[in-house]
Design a protein around this ligand. Sequence first.
Ligand code: UDP
Ligand code: MG
Length: 328
Amino acid sequence: MSVSEVSLSIVVPCRNEADNIPLFLNALEEESESKFKAHNVSLDVLLVDDGSTDSTLQVMQEQASSNRSVLVNYISLSRNFGKEAAMYAGLASAKGDYVAVMDADMQDPPSLLFRMYETVSSGSCDNVATRRYSRKGEPPIRSFFSKLFYRVINAISQTEIVDGARDYRLMNRKMVDAILELSERNRFSKGIFSWVGFKTEWISYENIERTEGNSSWSFWSLILYAVDGIAAFSTVPLSMASVLGLLFCMIALLTIVFVVVRAALFGDPVAGWPSLICVVLLVGGIQLLCLGVIGQYLAKTYIEVKRRPLFVVAESSLQDRTNEKRNF
Ligand code: UDP
Ligand code: MG
């Protein structure tokens, strides 16, 4: 009896990776020949050109028509939409029973892919994710801000964001479909992967330098990405005005009592000043409190407009209706 073939799609977001793509495909081909083929797994690669300004698209076209043992396809976006959008485009078009997301710069070792596939396909989990266990080679100031970011976001968000998690991940079809259902504009994958739930196993490895070119993340773009992440997975900042407002109102009330008692006992030496400060504090506090109330409603509206599914089903004895529900 012949064992039916299983397909694994590999989504690769690429921005200016002309030099890396052939090296990356060579490495994948080697993995396919030495490990996947023997287990009847066919690999297909989906390269997503995210508005590259070098010859990346040309290289993709050449590679797609070359005679490689792994099937190579490509999608070219009309401009640079960012890695998150490129990943979504790739995931939406990937047809495989399993889907992996990898960078083109060899920072995500292809040698781990088979181990990840074996773990997911054994059924013990729905996806295998990777994280780097050290920040070696990174400027200390960058590490400091990264750590601070993870501490803050995990304190104020209910979704766990794992420190050092990379986007390199292999998922089963169920999880990919769940991720595609989150069609929100402001995408923060590290949160989305975690939000959809499912069983995750982690593999840690030492950070690897990229082969060619430079990272497209500047310090400033990382800060903006962090702000995006916090805004996408927490509404705590919106409610901060209420907390501050309440605090100021309480201080104002206490000082009013203090000023009135003092004036009654000792008279009012600097006429008008203390009571003026009390009024300023009180009015300021009330304003902040009202702003906080608006913030609360805005937070609820924000959650609603995201239109995230209310739940994600991992499995059920009912007929599978996941694909009917997807509406885009
Ligand atoms: N990338 C992308 N669009 C962008 C920026 C990056 O598709 O706007 C791709 C890039 O080609 C690479 C992956 O995303 O395959 C990770 O980017 P990079 O290596 O610059 O980030 P880092 O590894 O430093 O986090
Ligand atoms: Mg990289």
